[in-house]
Design a protein around this ligand. Sequence first.
Ligand code: SF4
Length: 164
Amino acid sequence: MGNNNLQVARTYERLAREAESVGYHLNPDADFAKELVHGLLTNEKRYGYWNCPCRLATGNIEQDRDVICPCDYRDQDLMEYGACYCALYVNDAIAKKEQIAQSIPERRPLVRENQRNGSGDLEKTRWKYPVWRCRVCGYLCARDGPPETCPICRAKKDRFERFL
Ligand code: SF4
């Protein structure tokens, strides 16, 4: 139990440091944020990845990839509601306790649409390099393949999708 608490505390500190270094903030209620970190670590043990602690995992990484923390919906929810679905990440006003995080609707679509159709394929042929989009923060880069880590939000390579 002690080791478990230590691991939660260390992971929380690391996440908070990383978040601040790129302009994000964790929920200022540290106990609440640590509960969520505990959920993430439990999911890591159970499934092998950081499934969102507020959403059910299927156990199939391909089906759950959009909700591996930080999920694909974090930044949109931060912009629209000031907090991610779990309220682990919050905006400036909530971080400074000037505003309170509210519960927000689930943005995750039940069925992920394939956004590319025939015209998308046509677009691809016009560019010298393919364009990759970070599904977490929207960062775009034109290069042969996606970067190992997003320079903006630090999402890993597998969170990039072909944009053009
Ligand atoms: S960023 Fe997304 S996955 Fe991570 S805690 Fe918030 S809602 Fe869950």
